[in-house]
Design a binder for this molecule. Structure first.
Ligand code: FE2
Ligand code: FE2
Length: 138
């Protein structure tokens, strides 16, 4: 079963961020499991909604840390979060409309949420964390 595997290289070294990342990974896996197990609309819908809210909360935490730390790429990083939020809302709407088959939607979640999250942490978040640590901002 394809799951998002937490790996030590995903650690940013910022405790609150790492804790939220682990929670996000868990939530993504919970969602994928429910979709694959063919859980009903209520269960999957609730998990999608929870993940969406948690992601927004997490982005706020990160943005606040970056802003306070004077991170020069703050705006660009924030724009990436905004783009994800829009994409995630689209995905949730597609689910609501049942516009895709279950399998297609699972694949979309893998691509647009699971892989996005891993790459975002590994590249974008770690880059920000490195700057913030080097500049004594965290
Ligand atoms: Fe993050
Ligand atoms: Fe981020």
């Amino acid at each position: 079963m394809l799951q998002l595997q937490w790996t030590p290289d995903m650690e940013t070294g910022i405790e609150v961020v790492d804790r939220q990342h682990r929670e996000l990974v868990e939530q993504v896996n919970r969602l994928l499991q429910a979709m694959r197990a063919g859980k009903g609309r209520k269960v999957v819908g609730d998990l999608l909604a929870f993940l969406g809210r948690y992601a927004v909360e997490h982005f706020q935490t990160e943005e606040e840390i970056m802003r306070r730390g004077g991170y020069p790429e703050y705006e660009r990083h924030r724009a990436v979060h905004e783009a994800f939020k829009r994409d995630f809302a689209k995905l949730a709407a597609e689910y609501e409309k049942q516009a895709n088959t279950k399998l297609a939607l699972t694949i979309e979640v893998q691509k647009r949420v699971m892989e996005w999250l891993r790459q975002h942490i590994l590249k974008t978040d770690k880059k920000a964390a490195e700057y913030l640590r080097e500049h004594g901002a965290v």
